[in-house]
Structure formats: C-alpha cells, structure tokens
Design a binder for this molecule. Structure first.
Ligand code: GRF
Length: 210
C-alpha cells in the first residue's frame, strides 16, 4: 500500500511509521506533506529519503485551493491512504471526497471525549484518571469520524501535561502503525449496517499486532 503522511510538528508518529511500516510488507510512505516549511517532521522524511511537499495556507487564495493542490500532489503519487499525524489543519469536504474512507488521524484522547485542540490539557482539566489514544477515520467534523482502534491507560495522579503526553506518545507509536498495518492487510472494514462501526479483524502480520 502506498501511503502519505501529513504532519505539522515534531513528527514522532511519522518516525514510528517510517520505522515500523515504511518498506515493510509492501507498504511504502511515498510522500510527507506539511503546512509548515520548518516542521521537524519534514527533516525526518528527508532523512528517510521520502519526498516532501509544503502547502502553507498563506500561499493559496483559500483553504479549498490549498487542499485541492495537496490532493493533486497526493493523487500524483497514487496515494491509497492519507495519515494525519499531528497535522494541525482541518481538511475541506472536497479533499475528503477525493479519498473516501482513506484518511485517518491519531488523537491523544479517548474519543468522543476531548476532541479538538489541547486534548491532553482538556482531559487534565476535567480530572480524568483514564487517558488514551484513538485512531479514527477522518470525516467533516472535528475528530468525529468512525473509530478504528483505541487504547486506554490509567494515570491516576498525573503531575503535568508533559507526563501524560509522554505516556500517550508511547501508545500512539504502537497504535498508529498497527492501524496502518491492519488497513494495508485489508482487515479494516466499515459495518454496512452501521457506518459508525469499524470492523477490525485481528491480523498477526500487522505491525504492533498482538
Ligand atoms: C500527537 O499527540 C497526535 O495524537 C496529535 O498530534 C501529536 C503529534 O505528535 N494529533 P508528533 O508530531 O507525531 O510527535
């Protein structure tokens, strides 16, 4: 499967995909795109020899124009799956329509709790004792698409957002490659009777599969 990763920041999730998925089992990251030219994620891609693209919103007349250029770039590389890994822009409906059920995101909370920005701080402020990570399909809403995988972790008395983030990053770096591996293996389908429900078949060969 050919996949592309969109990232705005540090790119530790991109690194997990480069380390665990790229060049294995017929899977290839064919491009990494960002809205930020200085994103460290792009350096990780370059270091792995993966082509990069930069699509800053300011370079385009509006968000739909930016997304159209981004979609053209991805289609030009025959991308079959688009992975959002810390991509800090909302994608337009027209973009998503070009990759139906082919865009996934990793979110540092147990959705539907704490969607949107600052999810870890939201959870801390709420006082939860169980945190977690969600990998989900992207739809028109904010972190509202059908859930593929989730994993919870008990952190009863966290001292800081940074402490929680470190724990969740460890989970993300397993869960996101696992989800990509399952999709590549054809083990992820949407229940025809309930499009909210994602059916996931266990697959031993998938990265991170237990
Ligand atoms: C992750 O916490 C992810 O859940 C969120 O953005 C963060 C990206 O981190 N969507 P990194 O750039 O992959 O280190």
């Amino acid at each position: 499967m050919k996949l592309a990763v969109l990232a705005s920041g540090t790119g530790t999730n991109l690194q997990a995909l480069l380390d665990q998925v790229h060049g294995r089992g017929g899977n290839e990251i064919v491009g990494v795109a960002s809205d930020k030219a200085a994103a460290p994620a792009l350096d990780r891609a370059r270091a792995a020899g993966v082509p990069v693209g930069v699509f800053p919103t300011a370079d385009f007349s509006d968000r739909p124009a930016r997304d159209a250029a981004l979609a053209d770039w991805l289609e030009g590389q025959d991308v079959e799956l688009v992975v959002l890994a810390g991509y800090m822009q909302l994608l337009s409906s027209a973009f998503l329509a070009r990759f139906p059920s082919r865009v996934i995101n990793v979110h540092p909370a147990l959705l539907p709790a704490f969607p949107g920005l600052q999810a870890i701080q939201q959870a801390l402020d709420y006082g939860v004792k169980v945190f977690g990570v969600t990998v989900h399909f992207v739809d028109d809403g904010v972190d509202s698409g059908p859930i593929i995988l989730q994993r919870a972790v008990e952190i009863p008395g966290p001292e800081s957002a940074q402490e929680v983030e470190e724990r969740l990053h460890q989970i993300e770096h397993e869960l996101l490659p696992q989800a990509v591996g399952l999709i590549a293996a054809g083990a992820v389908t949407i229940d025809p009777a309930n499009p909210r429900r994602v059916l996931v078949e266990e697959h031993q060969g998938a990265p991170g599969a237990s």
